[in-house]
Design a protein. Structure first.
Length: 715
């Protein structure tokens, strides 16, 4: 006998488990498992944290576990941004550290905190498949929710920002944000006012948790604000709106005031105003509609809306001149206006801030682009959406607003593609659920119709399978199949233990009060793993100081030595990636640089340090000039020097730079290798530097500042 989806299987307490409940649980377990397995691929290379920021987040979480919350909120980290230090709670994702610390104390068991924080993002990211199921189920029913959970489980932009070891802001921020939205929309859908009251307040508080976990959650302010503006036109229960929306906005902003970050700057700045003004508009609009004649209600409301939008745009514009409205930092303004991308070299230098290309957008979303458009069409088609699934206009409006704003904001830079993915998942899952319902409405009495159903479902399944496996080298499954950054330094070279070995050497062989200078990429590694004080790191709290470190690297060795000693620097670290060529030159090995280390980042040093590029770089290239290699501190610290230029295609060599396909060939040239009168002394090289069996390698070099150096240029 065939079982109906409503057939009762068993009972637990007062709850009756039916077949559809088992199916829902099974799909959610499958989505969680798929998500976790895909996210776990980097662990195959080594059990390490990913990228750079997670190392600071681990250290901050460790501080809570070892010292408690009271000490954490008064902690000035003296191992970073020497000599000022860093006010951690005022400049960090507090809820990330707090949630991880509490979770570890509850679920950590016998595991180390380091191992726990490696697993944390993969677990939280995978649990989010359940949250997005619940949220989309509110919008469009169970089928759409299940599709959303499966799509979220394999979404490449989301997994890239939440793989195992990615102990950064995004996984927890997205989890809290979608959970907050769930409670908010569940509240405004509830017919029980007491339950609605509790859910709406909880939604506002959890949205604050999301914002305190990741500042990028400010994106959700845009669709929420626009949704509030639309509510007086799409809902008739105005009495409910008059208290429920101010309650949500009030609970959100009041709880935000409790945190140092986002804090008052957000509440009384553009973020808070973007919610306060729509809420005021909603109240005034409802009042105007109440006193207006029926035929003028919409017109009068629209006139008020246009007036509010014009006034808001005017205030934001003049705020740039008068500075009376606190604006977000450049990266958030960049998201609102993608054309700002090239104005800030520090922002542009970060790979995740690169402008999104059409190629990447298609790789990230591919089939979602097609079915999200179908979903949007269904939502705009009132007859189809309302008759099949969408009974509430307000839910339909929010999904459409979310789709448009998510795609727009993601165009600023790659990191924000997560918002496009979430928006497209909403639309795609709704489009799929409606399409499949329509397919199954076809009369089964005819054999032709039965074949049509089977072939249609098969085609849909194949279409969604393609991006999982194709292209074979870069698809949604193996897109995160790469080693933790600390094992390859962010290059495409094979993983090695060079950074781990060097950081351990620094920890064991330098005085505990040593100050180490490096490019900002490596600051968190040095302060967390090597436990030494650094000048700058990935927090980018002080653009001026980062620019001055860049200038130190681009200065002459004598000038750089003076600046390093003024800042009490004891050691300088550089990182170089190189390829060893077959053959030699008079017995010396030949190398090609530009593999992704500091030798490749030098152009960013120059742009951020605001130096004359033509002096340091050959025309229209990233190749250093003779001046760079022989007259700058960074050039002298990189233990290679240009021998000649070679064109592989024509097999020609040149002693001077030739832009027509010629690349520099280098030979080993260690400048500061002994105790002579030099500004620096090379005191450590990582293992790959001396391993002649490696064709491609990256190496870390530690130089000690010679405090007894006497400049040959001194009078």
């Amino acid at each position: 006998m065939l079982l109906n989806s409503q057939t009762q299987l068993f009972q637990v307490g007062s709850f009756n488990f039916k077949l559809n409940h088992i199916v829902i649980i099974g799909v959610l377990v499958l989505a969680f498992s798929i998500s976790f397995l895909i996210r776990s691929q980097p662990a195959d290379y080594g059990n390490e944290l990913m990228e750079f920021d997670p190392f600071f987040n681990f250290r901050a979480t460790e501080y809570i576990v070892e010292n408690g919350f009271t000490e954490y909120f008064t902690w000035n980290d003296d191992k970073s941004w020497y000599p000022q230090g860093r006010n951690v709670s005022a400049t960090s994702q507090v809820m990330l550290h707090t949630t991880a610390a509490i979770s570890y104390q509850i679920f950590g068991g016998n595991s180390s905190l380091y191992d726990f924080t490696i697993l944390f993002p993969a677990v939280i990211g995978s649990l989010t498949v359940i949250v997005i199921f619940g949220l989309v189920r509110l919008f469009a029913g169970t089928s759409a929710g299940l599709f959303a959970s499966l799509l979220f489980a394999v979404s490449l932009p989301i997994i890239l920002r939440g793989a195992i070891g990615w102990f950064k802001s995004e996984p927890l921020g997205i989890f809290y944000a979608l959970l907050g939205l769930y409670f908010f929309f569940s509240g405004i859908r509830s017919e029980n006012k007491k339950i609605a009251f509790s859910k709406i307040i909880l939604g506002g508080i959890i949205m604050t948790f999301a914002l305190a976990s990741w500042g990028g959650i400010q994106f959700f302010i845009i669709p929420i604000g626009l949704f509030i503006l639309a509510l007086p036109f799409v809902r008739k229960d105005h009495k409910f709106l008059l208290w429920s929306i101010p309650l949500f906005v009030g609970s959100f902003l009041l709880s935000a005031l409790m945190f140092e970050r986002p804090g008052p700057g957000f509440v009384f700045g553009l973020g808070g105003i973007s919610l306060i003004i729509p809420t005021i508009f909603l109240v005034i609009c409802i009042f105007i509609q109440k006193i207006s004649k029926d035929e003028y209600k919409i017109r009068n409301g629209l006139i008020l809306l246009i007036s509010i939008l014009l006034i808001g745009a005017f205030l934001v514009t003049i705020s740039e001149e008068l500075d009376f409205l606190p604006l977000p930092s450049f990266r958030y303004l960049n998201a609102l206006n993608p054309f700002l991308t090239t104005l800030d070299p520090l922002t542009d230098s970060v790979a995740e801030h690169a402008t999104t290309s059409l190629h990447l957008s298609f790789l990230f979303h591919s089939i979602l682009l097609i079915f999200s458009a179908l979903g949007a069409w269904f939502l705009l088609s009132k007859k189809i959406s309302s008759s099949i699934i969408f009974e509430r206009n307000d839910m339909r409006v929010f999904v459409l607003i979310m789709g448009i704003t998510g795609v727009y904001v993601s165009s600023a830079f790659i990191r924000l593609e997560v918002f496009a993915s979430i928006s497209l998942i909403f639309l795609t899952s709704i489009g799929l659920s409606i399409l499949i319902k329509e397919i199954f409405k076809i009369n089964l009495s005819k054999k032709k119709n039965y074949s049509l159903k089977i072939s249609s479902i098969t085609i849909i399944f194949i279409l969604f399978t393609i991006p999982l496996v194709y292209p074979t080298t870069s698809n949604w499954i193996n897109g995160v199949d790469f080693p933790p950054t600390i094992l390859n330094g962010g290059t495409t070279y094979p993983p090695s233990n060079d950074w781990l070995e060097t950081l351990e050497w620094i920890k064991l062989n330098t005085p505990e009060d040593s100050v180490v200078a490096s490019w900002w990429d490596y600051g968190y590694w040095i302060s967390t793993v090597a436990e030494r004080t650094t000048l700058i790191d990935n927090a980018t709290l002080n653009d001026w100081k980062i620019a001055n470190v860049a200038k130190i690297f681009m200065s002459t060795p004598d000038e750089a030595w003076n600046l390093l000693t003024d800042w009490d620097v004891d050691y300088v670290v550089v990182y170089v990636a190189a390829q060893r060529l077959v053959g030699d030159w008079n017995g010396d090995s030949l190398y090609v640089l530009n593999g992704g280390g500091d030798e490749s980042k030098k152009s960013w040093f120059m742009r951020i340090g605001d130096v004359e590029l033509s002096k340091y770089l050959e025309p229209n290239s990233n190749f250093g000039t003779n001046y760079f290699w022989n007259e700058t501190l960074l050039g002298k610290m990189i233990p290679y020097n240009t021998l000649l230029y070679f064109n592989e295609q024509s097999q020609q060599t040149s002693e001077i730079f030739n832009p027509n396909g010629f690349v520099p060939i280098s030979v080993l040239d260690i400048n500061y290798n002994d105790d002579g009168n030099y500004p620096l002394k090379l005191v450590h090289t990582s293992p790959s530097f001396t391993n002649k069996n490696l064709d491609r390698f990256s190496a870390v070099f530690v130089y000690e500042v010679n405090k007894n150096y006497i400049s040959t240029n001194d009078d």
